[in-house]
Design a protein around this ligand. Structure first.
Ligand code: SAH
Ligand code: SF4
Ligand code: F3S
Length: 447
């Protein structure tokens, strides 16, 4: 077997794509290895969402070049280097120019062509092979390769791309137009994952709740219907989905949070800002009131649901008053946990050319304030779990001896100790004893 090293940056969809690439390359003799040093094929799966993520790619490429050269000097063997993902899509030609030693550049919609591209790489001559097309036949139709072994929890991409064009965001350009994967192909993959021992599936999409597809009887299904159908798979115990858009939260999905016990009571619903003016310049197509109404409705159907979100701090034109509106909204919603980012200028997006860019130090202090409130809310949420019994899926070993890590229904990391062996993949109840910022600890409850 040849050694394949894959490094993944960015969102869960990239992690899913990396697993798919490994599945795809296995029949071609590539086995995943967790070290790049002696790898025959190195794939960097990149993210373009913020400038920092892009910088990471270029500095990583520098390190990889040194490693590849060293290997060639020592062993005479050539490592093939492929850059995949959203930076590949957005800056493919630039990567080839800046790092001409990179063999392959492949976009998120064309990595099904990797085996062919690899076959074209000549070990002696200089090669550059690039494929950043948005193919007319979606990649999923080509990804029928067998699923390799997975852990107890797996991702399943059901929707890709975005047509919403928020003015700060690169996703519509790197992932292309909104596309919903057909129902049969999703159900087939879910069943394959279950056959491999998977107990939890997280359905993925840039706007996962915009997913819709036609079934045999010509009826169009939305995400709520799909989740209801997936819940019928006996061995599947936990269903999650991410990321959702407020405008696509339909009644069927909200009802699923009341009716489908396998659907976890957790909703990641980004708003980005608590100011209507900023939401307008972001081209979000919804206002604060509409967002609050959606959350209230979801909470009416499932009062225990944990709410998460995303915020962009320092969007062009954001004033102190706008930032205060974001803080007020955060206080009103009470998040179980949420992500916040400093606005990052993305070339080619409408907001990048705004003349009202916010000063870096203002951005920093606003971000600190927002993050401190979100941290307090998260700790508070976690503390509320103390003395309660949570059903968790055991995911893997922890760092300490006999320690395990599981995930609660609210998406919290839960650590516990046990002498028992072979409990990874099982569902157990934990009595929570301590709560921290990012995790809980507790003891197994034997029923
Ligand atoms: N489709 C999802 C988000 C996908 S991108 C949605 O609409 O909510 C993931 C997150 O990255 C976004 O929610 C946003 O908070 C952040 N993000 C996207 N572009 C950004 C930029 N230019 N600067 C800072 N954060 C950004
Ligand atoms: Fe980006 Fe907006 Fe689409 Fe989300 S909805 S992926 S933020 S353009
Ligand atoms: Fe990044 Fe692409 Fe995901 S830009 S966040 S890897 S869709």
């Amino acid at each position: 077997m040849k050694k394949l090293f894959i490094k993944t940056h960015g969102c869960q969809m990239n992690f899913y794509d990396s697993e798919k690439m490994a599945d795809l390359l296995k029949p071609h003799g590539y086995q995943v290895d967790d070290s790049p040093e002696d790898a025959d094929l190195i794939v960097i799966n990149t993210c373009h969402i913020r400038e920092k993520a892009v910088e990471k790619t270029y500095s990583e490429l520098g390190r990889i070049r040194d490693q590849v050269n060293l290997r060639r000097e020592k062993t005479g063997k050539k490592s093939i280097v492929a850059v995949a993902g959203c930076v590949a899509q957005a800056q493919g030609k630039e990567i080839m120019k800046r790092s001409p030693w990179v063999d392959i550049v492949v976009g998120p919609q064309s990595y099904q062509n990797l085996p062919e591209l690899i076959a074209k790489v000549d070990p002696l001559t200089k090669n550059n092979h690039i494929n950043i097309e948005f193919p007319t036949i979606p990649k999923f139709d080509h990804l029928k390769s067998l699923v390799n072994k997975r852990g107890p929890s797996a991702f399943l991409t059901i929707q890709e791309g975005c047509d919403k064009f928020c003015s700060f965001c690169v996703v519509p350009y790197t992932r292309g137009a909104e596309y919903s994967r057909p129902i049969k192909s999703i159900l087939d993959e879910a069943n394959e994952l279950i056959d491999k021992g998977v107990k939890e599936i997280t359905l993925l999409g840039q706007n996962v709740n915009a997913w819709n597809a036609e079934w045999k009887d010509n009826k169009v299904w939305g995400l709520g219907r799909l989740i209801t159908e997936l819940a019928k798979i006996k061995e599947l115990e936990f269903i999650r989905y991410t990321t959702s858009h407020p405008l696509d939260m339909d009644l069927e999905l909200i009802e699923a949070h009341r009716d489908v016990s396998k659907l976890m009571p957790y909703l990641h619903l980004p708003i980005q800002s608590g100011s209507d003016g900023i939401l307008r310049s972001m081209n979000r197509k919804h206002n604060v009131k509409e967002y609050i109404n959606v959350i209230e409705k979801v909470r009416n159907y499932n009062p225990k649901i944990a709410i998460s979100g995303d915020f962009i701090i320092g969007f062009p034109g954001e004033t102190d008053k706008d930032n205060q509106a974001t803080i007020d909204l955060i206080k009103e919603i009470q998040y179980s946990q949420a992500y916040s980012f400093k606005y990052s200028i993305r070339p080619g997006t409408p907001a990048a050319i705004s003349l009202n860019q916010v000063n870096e130090s203002v951005k920093n202090s606003r971000l600190q304030e927002v993050q401190s409130i979100l941290r307090d809310q998260q700790l508070e949420f976690n503390k509320n779990s103390i003395n309660s019994s949570l059903k968790i899926l055991v995911l893997r070993n922890g760092k300490k001896p006999n320690q395990y890590l599981g995930r609660s229904q609210y998406n919290q990391s839960v650590y516990f100790s046990s002498e028992e062996k072979n409990i990874i993949g099982s569902t157990i109840n934990i009595n929570v004893t301590e709560a921290f910022q990012n995790s809980l600890t507790g003891n197994i409850v034997h029923i």
